[in-house]
Design a protein around this ligand. Sequence first.
Ligand code: IMP
Length: 444
Amino acid sequence: MGDQRSMMVIGGQWGDEGKGKVVDLLSRAFPAVVRYNGGHNAGHTVRVGERKFALHLVPSGIIHPETRCYMGAGLVVDPTALLTEIDRLRDEGIEVEERLSLSPRAAILLPTHRALDLAREGRRGESKIGTTGRGIGPAYQDIAQRRCLRAWTLASPAKLKESARRLMEQHNEELVTLYGVEPVELDAAVDEVMAAAQRLAPLIREVGPEIRRHVDGGDSVLFEGAQGVLLDINWGTYPFVTSSSCLPGFAAASCGVGPGYLGPVLGVMKAYATRVGSGPFPTEDFGPDGDGLRDRGAEYGTTTGRPRRCGWFDVVAARHAVETAGIDALALTKIDVLDGLKTLKVCVAYEGPGGELVETIPADAELLAEITPRYVDIPGWEGATEGLVSEEALPEGARAYLKFLEDRLGVPIALVSTGPRREETMARGRSPMARRISEILSEA
Ligand code: IMP
């Protein structure tokens, strides 16, 4: 099914799995890279040599000078944030504007969306979602409410000025009357949007026809998902989720191409688990093991700098991701963070409040918050995996850990990342995805 040359890279946990590195590594083999969901809530860190790039909206493929990058209709785009990112990349010697297209149907995220996000979170108090505060939820809400501004207006200054002001007036009314907070200063907000619009207007181009042209002409396309399955608006731990779909199927809807244009799905998962923001996290470790994972894994958010909650690999949650997203193979990242541990824990089942076996992630987040994980202990390994590039070189215990996860999840682990740098990576096994990855790595 689908185009076998193309590939989807998605997050299989709560985001922050290391997709940026994986996409950067693979994208050299893809003439086109596409972002299709979310907004600048995403944060992908890509390291090239000593240089480090933090990307939020621009597809990670942009680091490769030949790659064309596309942003689909399913994104919510803060014009100022996009421009700031483009300028930062230019300062690093990466020209973006010639190689980036933004769908005219993407939604514009306004300064008042940010204010609404913060006001709502403030009102929620204890039950706050812990959003990134970027305005993502209110922007997606405006799409559903059929009043958002689409990106094509960036190229129509008179229309943009009028409709941005009108919508922000409505937002201000809400801010004042519903949340009792200060309104956003409208003239400054309109000026901010207008200034960015002028520079972004040349990037507006329908992306579906471009993607079809690539694929029909024999090019492969890499679709880069943001966040992760457990943050998906329908299949995540609702309501503690983001406001877009994080499943690979959304790429077709977002870009305006048939599902046949999408490729096999590579799910990226960490060798343990992390989460930022609130919401149930069954395997969270509040003790020294959790702290150790945070320290060794440098688990602080790329977008907000928040410390991430840390815990053990959760097979039940991962299987949910594999099944609902149709993950064909896995990329397992940060295995080196587990080096030196005497024992690892892996959650293999959930126990409900009455001691009953719960086989899958329940739809009810309150129920999920009450489950007790059932762990198996796995021996750690002597020696380090850090920086290793072949499976044979891995300590036996690390190989056993990979095999254990693979058997439990029923999908091959085709890539293992042993450090933040491009070269600290191995293709693993003989699955079709592993062969493809191996080819790409050996061309580097
Ligand atoms: P929002 O997307 O800013 O509305 O945040 C909703 C939830 O998704 C919060 O728990 C955020 O921490 C989480 N979230 C959003 N984007 C990311 C991401 O890129 N990585 C990890 N968590 C994210």
